[in-house]
Write a protein that binds this ligand. Structure first.
Ligand SMILES: NC(=O)c1ccc[n+]([C@@H]2O[C@H](COP(=O)([O-])OP(=O)(O)OC[C@H]3O[C@@H](n4cnc5c(N)ncnc54)[C@H](OP(=O)(O)O)[C@@H]3O)[C@@H](O)[C@H]2O)c1
Length: 360
């Protein structure tokens, strides 16, 4: 099995900075009223997505809980209704399984006008598992599925912008990110010559190369979390390319990172010190979800295509995003994804030609 090199120490330094900020910075409580808005949150039945749905609903929006399990979604809806005493119809449940391209396409065609879209559903996989369409699960959910849904909903968001022009509302798509992108093995990816997404869909390299701040071996003897950092780096590339499809003046497609939070994200791991780590460093999901509200409602025009951390725009490291190599990799990731996704959803071919592209 191929062994990929360790990631640089600098990433650890940046992570500890992030942890310090998570511990000592308080995030603004959502205050802006958004009555009349319609906001969609994927993976809204638990964790950060659930808390974000509550923030949006509390501030006046109607909210679509986009979940893979109807029972879990209805349970979440019942909890939010009971907590906030909402009028019937304020919270709507729609089903989407991010592991299935068909489900994503059906879902995208059933979504009406929306003012905010939070692509939050995500997983951190410990073991190699393949989803129904043939892709490793976290590559499918965090990268391919998220890119497909974002790309299918983009024209909807742009249409909505025209409808609500002048109202002060700017329909926005946010892709949820993570500091963990810093542990992705950038050097390795730039060397891949063929389709990078196909190359990463290989059990022999699953989880090799990425190292984690959690320097503890999991049950299977692997460092954890595996693969997750790569999916989050690619998620940022997707968000930046998506933003580049929209004229900058019309604003509003940032990425939000909630910081390290108490949630079930690492449910597939068996890490002895994870509980201690969480106690020491993690935020509540309620606090982390404020970053989602900020990116959709309060971040404003300057956040277009930017990385939002602690409810502030944070500049991304030059090495991973701004050098010639990094820009080429970002572009390649997008082109390789579109090559795959245009087969899955042929309507994208036409639309991609129509959009053209603005280089960032
Ligand atoms: N927690 C953190 O420290 C942290 C830090 C940075 C970024 N994030 C990001 O925040 C997002 C939410 O994570 P979380 O911490 O709230 O984790 P979580 O509690 O595990 O919630 C993940 C959500 O995604 C949903 N999901 C997973 N696979 C799905 C699929 N195939 N189709 C539809 N929905 C699916 C889950 O649904 P089920 O309940 O049905 O599984 C759940 O609702 C993720 O993108 C994660 O990468 C988290």
């Amino acid at each position: 099995m191929a062994r990929w090199p360790r990631c640089p120490h600098r990433a650890t330094t940046t992570m500890s900075t992030s942890f310090r900020r998570a511990l000592f910075s308080s995030l603004p409580i959502p205050r802006t009223r958004i009555d009349g808005w319609r906001v969609l949150v994927t993976g809204a039945n638990t964790g950060l997505g659930f808390e974000a749905a509550k923030h949006f609903a509390r501030q006046g929006a109607s909210v679509i809980l986009a979940c893979r399990s109807r029972d879990k979604a209805l349970n979440a809806k019942a909890q939010i209704d009971a907590l906030l005493g909402l009028a019937p119809g304020t919270i709507q449940v729609l089903i989407v399984d991010m592991e299935s391209f068909d489900s994503i396409r059906d879902f995208a065609s059933s979504v009406g006008p929306v003012d905010g879209i939070v692509l939050n559903a995500g997983i951190a996989s410990e073991t190699w598992n393949v989803a129904g369409d043939g892709w490793e699960r976290s590559l499918q959910v965090n990268v391919l599925g998220t890119a497909l849904l974002a790309r299918l909903l983009l024209p909807r968001a742009l249409e909505r912008r025209k409808e609500v022009a002048g109202s002060g509302t700017i329909p926005t798509i946010t892709i949820v990110s993570s500091h963990m992108y810093q542990f992705a093995d950038f050097k390795r990816y730039v060397k891949i010559e063929g389709n990078i997404i196909e190359a990463l869909n290989d059990e022999n390299i699953f989880g090799t190369g990425e190292r984690s701040i959690i320097l503890i071996k999991s049950k299977s003897g692997q460092m954890a979390p595996r693969r997750y950092p790569m999916t989050k780096l690619l998620g940022i590339y997707i968000a930046r390319e998506l933003a580049a499809l929209v004229p900058k003046a019309s604003d509003g497609n940032p990425m939000a990172t909630p910081g390290f939070c108490h949630s079930d994200l690492l449910r597939e791991y068996n890490l002895p010190l994870l509980g201690l780590f969480k106690t020491l460093f993690a935020r509540s999901t309620e606090t982390g979800a404020r970053t989602y509200f900020h990116s959709i409602v309060d971040a404003g025009p300057s956040s277009h295509g930017e990385y939002i951390d602690d409810c502030r725009i944070k500049s991304l490291p030059k090495k991973l995003f701004k050098t010639k190599k990094a820009r080429e990799l970002q572009r390649k990731v997008w082109d390789d994804l579109m090559e795959i996704l245009e087969d899955v959803a042929p309507e994208l071919k036409l639309e991609n030609a129509g959009f053209g592209s603005v280089k960032m």
